[in-house]
Write a protein that binds this ligand. Structure first.
Ligand SMILES: C[S@@+](CC[C@H](N)C(=O)[O-])C[C@H]1O[C@@H](n2cnc3c(N)ncnc32)[C@H](O)[C@@H]1O
Length: 354
C-alpha cells in the first residue's frame, strides 16, 4: 500500500465521460488515463487535454495499463436511475448473482452482453478489472467507484468480494451539496484500499440542504451549502423551473430559487427554464450548467450533446473530496478551494432584494 502523496499514484478511469473525475485528479496533480467510448465525450476530453483511450471498457483490462495503481469508475447509470428505463433496478438480483459468479472465477461476459440492456452489466466491469489485477498479483492500491444511489446494493456486494480479496472497503450514499457543490445530487460511493482496514468516506464540509431551511441554519460545525446564485452570477434573482419534483403545491413543484442549490443536473438541464421575472426567461448556457457541476467556467465543452455530457459527469469538486479521502492525501481542501475556485460567497446578489 503506497503512502498518501500524489506522486505515488497513477489513475485509470473507466467510463471516463467528459472528465469530472479526471479534472479533480488534475487539480490534485495526479496523472490519469480515461477509457471512454463516446465520440462527443472524447471530443471534450481531447479539447481539455485529458489522456484518453477511445473504446469499450470491456475490450481492455489491467494488463493494458500496467502503470496504473488506482482504479476509478462511474459506469453508465441510465438503467438504474429513477428517470431512466429501470431495467437495472429490476434486474438487481441477477446483477448481484453475476457479481458472485465473477468472484468465483466464472467467465460471464457472454451472459452480461446478452442482458436486455447491455449497460446494466457494465456496472460489474470495475469488479472484473479489480479481480484480474489481483490474479495478476498487481492489485490496485485504491479503488473508487461512483454511481446513482440505486447501485449501493451492488457496491455493497462488491465490497464483500473485495474484502475477501484483501481490501478494506467503505461504501455509502453521499450528498454533493455537503461538499460545497451548488447542487443536490446523491451518489453511491465505494472506496477500497488494498491490505488495510483504514478506509473511510470523505467527511462532509457543508450542511445538508433541506427545503425551507435557511442557508444560515443548521449544524454550526459545517459551512452553509452553496446556492446556484453564488456560482451562476446573473446579477439578478432567478427561478429555475424543471419538470422534476413531487409532493407539496403542484404549482411550486420543480422550482428552485437562485438562493438554493440546483436540483440534480441531468442531461435535460438545457430544457430547464430560468425565469428572471419581468417576463425574462432563458436557459442555462453550457458554461453555467458546467458551473453547477463545479467544472471551471472555461472548461472546453466540445462535440454535440453537451448537456448530456455535463449531466453524466461527476462534479469535480465532489470527486476532489472523494479522491482525497480515498488516497488519504490530507489536502487542506479549504485552503485549496480558496486558492483555486471562483470567489463564491454567501451573497449572490449584493444589494439586490430577492
Ligand atoms: C456516468 S458517465 C461517467 C462520467 C465520468 N465519470 C465523469 O466524471 O465525467 C458514463 C460514461 O460511460 C461511457 N460508456 C458507456 N458504455 C461504455 C463502454 N462500454 N466503454 C466505455 N465507455 C462507455 C458513456 O459514454 C459515458 O460517458
Amino acid at each position: 500500500m503506497t503512502s498518501g502523496t500524489t506522486s505515488d499514484y497513477r489513475i485509470i478511469d473507466l467510463f471516463a465521460g467528459p472528465g469530472g473525475l479526471d479534472v479533480a485528479a488534475r487539480w490534485l496533480g495526479i496523472p490519469t488515463a480515461g477509457i471512454e467510448i463516446d465520440d462527443q465525450a472524447c471530443a471534450t476530453r481531447k479539447a481539455a487535454g485529458l489522456e484518453t483511450w477511445q473504446g469499450d471498457v470491456r475490450d481492455f483490462g489491467p494488463k493494458d495499463f500496467p502503470d496504473a495503481n488506482v482504479l476509478v469508475g462511474g459506469p453508465p447509470c441510465q438503467t438504474y436511475t429513477v428517470a431512466g428505463s429501470g431495467t437495472g433496478r429490476h434486474n438487481l438480483d441477477k446483477v448481484l448473482d453475476f457479481a458472485r459468479r465473477m468472484a468465483a472465477g466464472e467467465n460471464i461476459r457472454r451472459e452480461l452482453d446478452e442482458m436486455p440492456d447491455v449497460r446494466t452489466g457494465l456496472v460489474l466491469e470495475p469488479l472484473r478489472w479489480a479481480l484480474d489485477a489481483v490474479d495478476l498479483e498487481r492489485p490496485y492500491d485504491v479503488i473508487v467507484l461512483e454511481q446513482v444511489p440505486a447501485v449501493i446494493q451492488i457496491w455493497e456486494a462488491m465490497a464483500k468480494i473485495l474484502r475477501a480479496n484483501g481490501y478494506g472497503v467503505a461504501t455509502g450514499v453521499l450528498h454533493t451539496e455537503q461538499f460545497g457543490v451548488p447542487q443536490t445530487r446523491r451518489r453511491a460511493v465505494l472506496i477500497a484500499r488494498w491490505n488495510t482496514t483504514e478506509v473511510a468516506l470523505p467527511q462532509p464540509t457543508h450542511r445538508l440542504y433541506r427545503k425551507g431551511v435557511a442557508q444560515t441554519e443548521g449544524d454550526a460545525m459545517l459551512k452553509p451549502w452553496v446556492s446556484m446564485g453564488e456560482v451562476v452570477r446573473r446579477g439578478r434573482p432567478f427561478t429555475v423551473i424543471s419538470n422534476y419534483g413531487t409532493g407539496g403545491d403542484p404549482k411550486e413543484r420543480g422550482k428552485r430559487r437562485h438562493t438554493t442549490p440546483s436540483a440534480t443536473v441531468t442531461g435535460k438541464i438545457s430544457r430547464n427554464r430560468v425565469d428572471e421575472g419581468d417576463g425574462g426567461c432563458s436557459r442555462f448556457t453550457d458554461p453555467e450548467a458546467g458551473l453547477l457541476q463545479t467544472f471551471p467556467a472555461d472548461f472546453p465543452w466540445n462535440g454535440t450533446g453537451i448537456a448530456q455530457q455535463i449531466g453524466n459527469a461527476v462534479p469535480p469538486l465532489f470527486a476532489l473530496h472523494v479522491l482525497d479521502a480515498a488516497l488519504q492525501l490530507d489536502t487542506d481542501l479549504d485552503a485549496w478551494s480558496a486558492a483555486n475556485l471562483p470567489p463564491w460567497n454567501a451573497d449572490p446578489l449584493p444589494g439586490v432584494t430577492s
